[in-house]
Design a protein around this ligand. Sequence first.
Ligand SMILES: NC(=O)c1ccc[n+]([C@@H]2O[C@H](COP(=O)([O-])OP(=O)(O)OC[C@H]3O[C@@H](n4cnc5c(N)ncnc54)[C@H](O)[C@@H]3O)[C@@H](O)[C@H]2O)c1
Length: 275
Amino acid sequence: MSSNTNPLDNFKVTNKVALVTGAAQGIGAACATLLAQAGAKVVLTDLQEDKVGQTARQLTEQGLQATSCQHDASEPDDWDRAVSTCLSHFGGLDIVVNNAGIFLGGLLMENSLKQVRKINQINIESVFLGMKYPVAAMKPGGIAGNGGTIINLSSMAGLVGVPGHTAYGASKGAVRLYSKHAAVEFAKLGYGIRVNSVHPGLIDTAMGDQAFQDFVDMGLAPDIAAAKAYVEQLTPLGRLGTAEEVAQTVLFLASNAASYITGAEFVVDGGVTAQ
Ligand SMILES: NC(=O)c1ccc[n+]([C@@H]2O[C@H](COP(=O)([O-])OP(=O)(O)OC[C@H]3O[C@@H](n4cnc5c(N)ncnc54)[C@H](O)[C@@H]3O)[C@@H](O)[C@H]2O)c1
């Protein structure tokens, strides 16, 4: 590195091409927004075509570089299309944020096999596809070919037990280890691709609301206000997290500032799992 390089430039992602799944709302929208504000050209994808289009338009109206693409992250053909959009629209692919996911609560004894298969398909298989298809383009000799970085959204529930979260937590535990194994494999193969997982605690999004409702439905809290108060009290920082706070960690991992970090797990939970 030359002596006149500003080390703070490593925290930018200027002109990198980023693909963010599940970007219509919540954590995905926050990641896409922050990456675009940090200089990336961002392809926002989601099942919800209209909504993700609207989120992308809000970014372009601010002068940021963004486009959108309808995408079921658990479908291989859709991955072909999403990666092609990155290449045709922005000429490359450097950063992938595998954020799309669903929540399934309920007690283990009440979960059906059909429900468990569905959550595994969306939360685990989409991460498998979200590494396989982009990496084919990003690795040396691929059509983008510059290496890059992949950030997979796991959860605090992928690290520790939470009542009513067995199926969701198991799917997110798989995301954690998929990330570590892929990180080691890609490094050994000289792909120049880092892979890390991010583990949010309870974040104030639509999915966060779903988790609170589930606590109530299972009889673990009398109402949503009580469920929220319980989580806030359990959290050393005393509040829920925001989507923007998760996005800040994702941006760091996407940037060259994280150049020596791969196969690691980043907990963004206000201290819950530190206790
Ligand atoms: N909110 C939390 O408390 C929390 C905590 C830990 C981890 N997470 C994880 O963070 C990620 C984002 O969560 P969020 O809170 O923003 O959720 P959210 O429900 O607000 O948004 C999820 C987005 O993913 C999209 N999506 C769902 N299935 C999809 C599919 N098959 N293909 C493409 N898009 C799909 C939805 O349309 C939606 O726009 C998820 O992986 C979630 O498991 C969230």
